[in-house]
Write a protein that binds this ligand. Structure first.
Ligand code: UTP
Length: 276
């Protein structure tokens, strides 16, 4: 049973400036719910009730979001507006929220290593909330925890992307085991189309075994001068201990303006309007 999910939310979100100058990217709403709340709901749905946030300066709004607002509760309680607090109340009732600060933005791998203090010696999920994943059945992390129960190794979620977009992602190659599962033998961070081993791109959902922390500690900064989680996973992959999983569902890259707009339109038309 995986109990904890790490949320690296320390990044600057430069692609959304000036909106993200004093507001965390993860608090940008898709219709009426912040990106990070979609992520937390997915993690809790997968049984990961311990939500461990790796935050940074200027991210206080995230901590406040996952806490009670007494004034608001007091004002709204008993009124017709109370229904608007329902989803966040549900999350607060179920989740446990912890946080640690990443003082310097040295990359996703470094952010994950910073989260070690909150995770300890157990397998855990990682969710990048700017990848919004939606589907009718079990969420992506739920699909992955089921696989973890069976295989007990690190698992990355993947998606096929056009070859001219592989340079934005970590890309894997591996043996096709059927049912969307691959045994990873190679991983490259942000390869050119010529160097990419496939078009199977890693998206923002991982299950990691805790030995990843020791590997990260000795991983040199790679692409972009940042400590890359892909480089650390490569070490596990060489030992045959990483699976990649083509998840069921839709994914929107809300770290970019076009992906964010696409997600907003989709949620408005298919989720928000249907739920009243
Ligand atoms: P991104 O590559 O999207 O970076 O990070 P970013 O800073 O958020 O956005 P841009 O590129 O400036 O627009 C992917 C995820 O990893 C987290 C980010 O918060 C985001 O969720 N991250 C990245 C950290 O927590 N720490 C880091 O040092 C780097």
């Amino acid at each position: 049973m995986i109990r904890k999910c790490l949320f690296p939310v320390a990044g600057y979100g430069t692609r959304f400036l000036p909106a993200t100058k004093s507001m965390p990217k993860e608090m940008l709403p898709i219709v009426n719910k912040p990106l990070v709340q979609y992520g937390v709901e997915e993690a809790i749905g997968a049984g990961m009730k311990n939500c461990a946030m790796v935050t940074g300066r200027g991210k206080r709004a995230i901590s406040d979001h996952f806490d009670i607002s007494y004034e608001l509760e007091h004002q709204i309680s008993g009124s017709s507006k109370e229904m608007y607090l329902e989803s966040i109340r549900g999350v607060l009732n179920e989740g446990i929220f912890t946080q640690v600060r990443q003082r310097e933005m040295k990359g996703l791998g470094h952010a994950i290593l910073t989260g070690e203090a909150l995770i300890g010696d157990e397998a855990f999920g990682v969710l990048l909330s700017d990848d919004l994943c939606l589907n009718d059945g079990p969420g992506v992390l739920s699909q992955m925890t089921e696989l973890y129960e069976e295989h007990q190794c690190s698992i990355v979620a993947i998606q096929e992307v056009p070859m001219d977009e592989v340079h934005k992602y970590g890309v894997i190659s591996g043996e096709d085991l059927g049912s969307g599962l691959y045994k990873v033998d190679d991983m490259v961070e942000k390869p050119s189309a010529e160097d990419a081993p496939s078009n199977l791109a890693i998206i923002g959902r991982y299950i990691l075994t805790p030995d990843i922390f020791d590997i990260l500690r000795s991983t040199e900064p790679g692409s972009g001068g940042e400590v890359q989680i892909t480089d650390a996973l490569q070490t596990q992959a060489r030992q045959g201990r990483v699976l990649a999983y083509k998840f069921k569902g839709l994914r929107f890259d809300c770290g970019t303006v076009p992906g964010f707009v696409e997600a907003t339109n989709y949620v408005y038309e298919n989720v928000y309007t249907n739920n009243g």
